[in-house]
Design a protein around this ligand. Structure first.
Ligand code: ADP
Ligand code: ADP
Length: 248
């Protein structure tokens, strides 16, 4: 039903965690952090349809926390409940159906727009694809391209901007229609014009769903029902935007 609850969640990365993308300097840093807890007792509830924002300095544990919900990692201690069920008792397939993720680099794995969208819903008709693209405010652009839905996205295809790729990823989210959406700095790295377009698409995509939004700026999560400030793996402040801005 879209309810997400974390109960005293603690987490540390196991040694030998995936450091394959780290540079050599980063590996030196990671070696020290591997033994350090990344989350030190985090509790909150996102009621169905609520937007909960996570803000805080880089390294605070925001992305790690978000990955515990679709069970990319298992908690070291405590509990994560999705729809009242401990994620350890849910199947990964059901969690993937219930939770949609949009991150700062869109995962457009497939050649054409049609294939990228059908990944979310293999049986989708072209009408449904166009409706999703319209919801994500990218239908007009795709319609203007000679190959339409068959336009390729990769290196040799049409050069979509970062914001356009995000909107295609959002169209995929609309087709998937999950009850829970996780946005991990979905508008980071975009110029302000594309950011505004992606924000508009996101407001359509988030309507009626539970959302956990990781944001780099407090101003982008003004409408959140709860803002959690994470620092050093703990929630150090929580409140609505006006409450947090008031205390500075
Ligand atoms: P945030 O999203 O708030 O910037 P992260 O969740 O990315 O924070 O990182 C929290 C801590 O966990 C950091 O110290 C980071 O170095 C560490 N960390 C992140 N990913 C890994 C990993 N795969 N293996 C080991 N440590 C990691
Ligand atoms: P999840 O497995 O929880 O969906 P991922 O990080 O794997 O999370 O994927 C992020 C987004 O990319 C999701 O919206 C998912 O639907 C989509 N996605 C994942 N794998 C593929 C793929 N092979 N092709 C197209 N889209 C994908």
């Amino acid at each position: 039903n879209g309810r997400v609850e974390l109960r005293d969640v603690r987490f540390r990365y196991p040694s030998g965690a995936d450091v394959s993308l780290a540079s050599l300097e980063e590996v030196a840093t990671l070696d020290r952090t591997i033994s350090e807890p990344v989350l030190r007792g985090v509790s909150f509830t996102a009621e169905p349809g609520q937007m909960v924002a996570l803000v805080g300095p880089s390294g605070a544990g925001k992305s790690t926390l978000s990955m515990l919900i679709p069970r990319v990692y298992d908690v070291s201690d405590g509990q994560v409940l999705v729809g009242g069920v401990d994620v350890r008792d849910a199947t990964l397939a059901s969690l993937r159906d219930e939770i949609g993720v949009v991150t700062q680099d869109s995962h457009l794995f497939h050649e054409s727009i049609r294939e990228n969208l059908r990944y979310a819903k293999p049986e989708a008709t072209d009408d449904e694809l166009w409706t999703a693209l319209a919801g994500a405010q990218i239908a007009d652009l795709v319609r203007s391209l000679p190959d339409g839905l068959d336009t390729t996205v990769g290196e040799r295809g049409y050069r979509f901007s970062g914001g356009e790729k995000q909107r295609i990823a959002i169209a995929r989210l609309l087709l998937k229609a999950p009850s829970i959406v996780i946005l991990d700095e979905a508008t980071a790295h975009l110029d302000s014009e594309s950011e505004a377009a992606v924000q508009r698409a996101l407001s359509v995509a988030l309507a009626g769903r539970t959302a956990l939004v990781i944001a780099h700026r407090l101003s982008t999560v003004r409408d959140a029902d709860q803002i959690l400030v994470l620092d050093g793996g703990r929630i150090v402040e929580r409140g609505r935007h006006d409450e947090l801005v008031a205390v500075g």
